[in-house]
Design a protein around this ligand. Structure first.
Ligand SMILES: N[C@@H](CCC(=O)N[C@@H](CS)C(=O)NCC(=O)O)C(=O)O
Length: 342
């Protein structure tokens, strides 16, 4: 009797623990390996997100994500070629394989996700859209912007949001549409428009880096839309999309588990099961992705966890000085949450 129960138990266990298939790495990973570098589409310059420094080295949250992805696939976070793209160019560059991944303050929307042959791999920054105005305008709320001239970049969700917001609040406006970001910001700071509409992160970056006197400008309190920003890949390579998605998850999971760039070596000795799996101490993490088991360990070694990346690029020690707000972990009042590494 006990033997029969034991056999049934074993049969059930065998059915439940389905064999994990070894994934083919897929065409994108093959191309990246053959080329020896990941090609990452970034912006033409937004501090904290993607900006080339004086020495030509790129820095920012979106940049570090690409370094993480390169560390996962190529074993070296430095093996990335950054391709600056305007708002207009970005999706064509991804569709035409000019870049492997778009990591460029791009808002996840239904029409982009379903209609452009691209897949968003998750939210890297929960942002919202708002208005930057000169203090001397004396405006305290977006509702006071009737008749304003608004600087806006084409090829962004900003354009549509501008129309929606002013229409639904029965306010008049005049758009000043300028494709090149530097020219747009010059126009705004030269007073050619009253308002600059964009993601709040972009507005903070612009004010810190490009305003002649940052204190002369204020971001109005309203966030007129949600603007979840996330990396995107092409739809035609599901395994690369999985690697890109779980690279982002690994940054969040590492923060959840207390694994940082500084302690990652030490954490390899942790008794915690998920930590051991994530860091490749226990076998199995790599196989379903067609990667080796140490890929996430290399990600954290190269760029750290999400908090490390935030603090380096956007946090209180940087010119942007942004608070985490919605970008805190789910168990600290934010929205960041990684599914289990299991
Ligand atoms: N998140 C919004 C806006 C993104 C965007 O492109 N913002 C502009 C600033 S308004 C930018 O970063 N431009 C940089 C560039 O053109 O290189 C979107 O996805 O449409």
């Amino acid at each position: 009797m006990f033997e029969t129960v034991r056999r049934i138990g074993l049969a059930v266990a065998a059915t439940l623990s389905l064999p994990i298939a070894q994934a083919m790495a897929g065409p994108t990973v093959d191309a990246i390996k053959a080329r020896g570098e990941l090609v990452c589409g970034v912006s033409q310059g937004s501090a904290g997100l993607s900006l080339a420094g004086g020495n030509g080295r790129w820095a920012g949250l979106d940049v570090d994500y690409c370094r993480a992805l390169a560390a996962a696939i190529l074993g070296d976070g430095e093996k990335v070629r950054f391709t600056p793209l305007s708002s207009q160019q970005r999706f064509t560059a991804l569709q035409s394989k000019e870049v492997d991944v778009l990591s460029r303050n791009t808002t996840i929307t239904s029409s982009r996700d379903a209609g452009l042959g691209v897949t968003f791999v998750g939210t890297i920054f929960y942002d919202g859209q708002g208005f930057l105005v000169p203090k001397k305008l004396g405006v305290k709320s977006a509702k006071e912007l009737d008749g304003a001239q608004v600087c806006v970049q084409p090829g962004t969700v900003n354009e549509q949001n501008l129309v929606d917001y002013f229409k639904s609040n029965k306010l008049a406006f005049r758009p000043v549409v300028i494709e090149n970001l530097v020219e747009l910001e010059q126009a705004f700071y030269a007073g050619r428009c009253d308002v600059y509409l964009s993601d709040a992160s972009t507005l903070s970056a612009s004010r810190a880096a490009r305003a002649p006197k940052p204190d002369d400008f204020v971001i109005l309190p309203e966030r007129i839309t949600k603007s979840p920003l996330g990396p995107a890949v092409r739809q035609d390579d599901p395994n690369f999309a999985a690697i890109a998605r779980w690279t982002l998850n690994a940054l969040v999971a590492a923060e959840e588990l207390g694994i940082t760039q500084a302690n990652v070596e030490e954490q390899r000795k942790s008794p915690q099961a998920e930590t051991r799996r994530l860091l490749g101490v226990e076998p199995g993490l790599g196989k379903p992705f067609g990667l080796d088991d140490a890929w996430a360990y290399r990600v954290i070694r190269a760029v750290g966890n999400y908090a490390d990346i935030w603090n380096r690029n956007l946090g209180p020690q940087t010119p942007l000085g942004l608070a985490r707000e919605q970008n805190r972990l789910w168990n600290e009042g934010g929205l960041l949450y990684s599914p289990p590494f299991q």
